[in-house]
Design a protein around this ligand. Structure first.
Ligand SMILES: [Zn+2]
Length: 409
């Protein structure tokens, strides 16, 4: 069998060999490897490691990106929240640069279909997107957002600067924690930026994972779990300085940090959040060990709740997040009859590792009306889904696994 992953010996951020395991979620297939019945996916250890030198929390294994991302069958649609947020984001980003700059130059890494860059275009900026997914880059180009279909690296950054000059704003939203070649990407952002330019990184905040027990957010695509302190450390390694931060409404509270090559005064919000992280002890080994204990207790409790049913129950939401939850808790096709999911590309596939058939919403809804309970795997869309299933006459109870303790609704 070909090896599709490697185990790290050293921290990916600071190269220290003082890395210690804090949580073991067991061997799991990469979360998005939903599969057809006869094509069973590989399993890879899913473990969180803590670096005793720089405090960065990261996975112990990295999966070959070709294996990981070739499984990507679907594109996530752009939600209304994301569109509203893109307006706010653009306004705040443009307010960072000198007013005298008539046409700011903005580059976005992993720009996807160009939704965010489109806002900058509307505001008179010159833009360029970089995204390795050829079909998505093509779509963006068609929609008027010039997009380079490549992986962003320091070499590509140099080439872009040669071609079009340095940039005023360099953006990386929800991509930095996914990339193994993380130093090349951050150094590439430095290469892109003018001395007066602003870098912007958005990332899922590890504090939220700790506070609300989002262990289902841990899966192979997410290599790093940054706090403000650890992302600041990474940026500083590349001789740049974080000076401001805001919270984004995406995935229940990501952080957006602003940084520059020249050191600027820190905003009050930044200072406050730095202090809050110290107060909450988010960067200590002990805090992550405590999280690990909570996760194990949570899984035991959730199993109890699900397993007390005498017959199989349905579930809702075949996301990457639910994959971690099901596999870690050992909830499988022995306990769950079907998983409803609205994405037509998943219809007819099986959940990775837990082997549960995925069915379309239309087919599933007919079969679940008289069930006593349903496991709400997509708990982060709880209000919306509960309302919808009630409208379709589902009268049973919802098992809500997270955030915090599982409960029945
Ligand atoms: Zn380290």
């Amino acid at each position: 069998m070909i090896e599709i992953y490697e185990t790290i010996e050293n921290c990916r951020i600071c190269s220290s060999n003082k890395i210690k395991e804090v949580l073991d979620l067991g061997d799991q297939p990469p979360a998005n490897s939903l599969y057809k019945a006869n094509n069973v996916p590989h399993s890879v250890p899913l473990r969180l490691m803590y670096c005793q030198d720089c405090s960065t929390v990261q996975l112990g294994e990295d999966v070959d990106p070709e294996y990981l991302f070739s499984q990507y069958l679907w594109v996530t649609g752009t939600s209304n929240t994301a569109i509203e947020y893109s307006h706010e984001f653009t306004k705040k980003a443009l307010s960072q640069i000198d007013e005298e700059i008539v046409q700011p130059y903005v580059v976005e890494i992993a720009s996807n279909d160009g939704t965010f860059l489109k806002r900058f275009l509307e505001n008179g900026s010159k833009v360029l997107g970089v995204d390795p997914a050829k079909n998505i880059a093509e779509l963006a180009n068609k929609n008027g957002v010039p997009t380079n279909a490549n992986f962003f690296t320091v070499e590509l950054a140099k080439q872009l600067v040669n071609d079009e000059g340095e940039v005023d704003i360099a953006i990386a939203r929800n991509v930095i924690p996914h990339v193994k070649e993380i130093h090349s990407v951050i150094e590439g952002m430095r290469k892109l930026l003018k001395d007066s330019g602003t870098g912007i990184i958005e990332f899922h905040n590890a504090g939220l994972i700790l506070d609300e027990l989002h262990y289902d957010y841990i899966y192979h695509e997410h290599l790093f779990y940054f706090t403000l302190k650890t992302i600041t450390g990474l940026i500083h390694q590349h001789n740049m300085h974080v000076y401001d931060i805001i919270q984004s409404p995406i995935s229940g509270g990501s952080w957006v940090v602003y940084f520059s090559k020249i050191e600027k005064a820190k905003s009050q919000v930044l200072v406050d959040i730095e202090l809050l992280e110290i107060e909450k002890d988010l960067n200590s080994y002990q805090r992550w060990i405590a999280f690990s204990d909570q996760v194990n207790q949570h899984a035991a409790r959730l199993k109890e709740v699900v397993f007390q049913n005498n017959e199989k129950i349905p579930a809702y939401g075949a996301s990457a997040r639910s994959s971690t939850l099901l596999n870690f808790c050992g909830i499988t096709s022995e306990h769950i009859s079907i998983v409803l999911d609205k994405n037509p590309l998943k219809d007819g596939l099986m959940t990775a590792g837990s082997n549960i058939p995925i069915v379309s919403f239309e087919d599933g809804i007919k079969n679940i009306k008289n069930q006593k309970q349903i496991l709400l795997l997509a708990w982060n869309f709880q209000d919306e889904i509960v309302k919808e299933l009630r409208e379709f006459d589902f009268k049973g109870e919802f098992i809500i696994p997270l955030p915090g303790d599982p409960y029945i609704l």
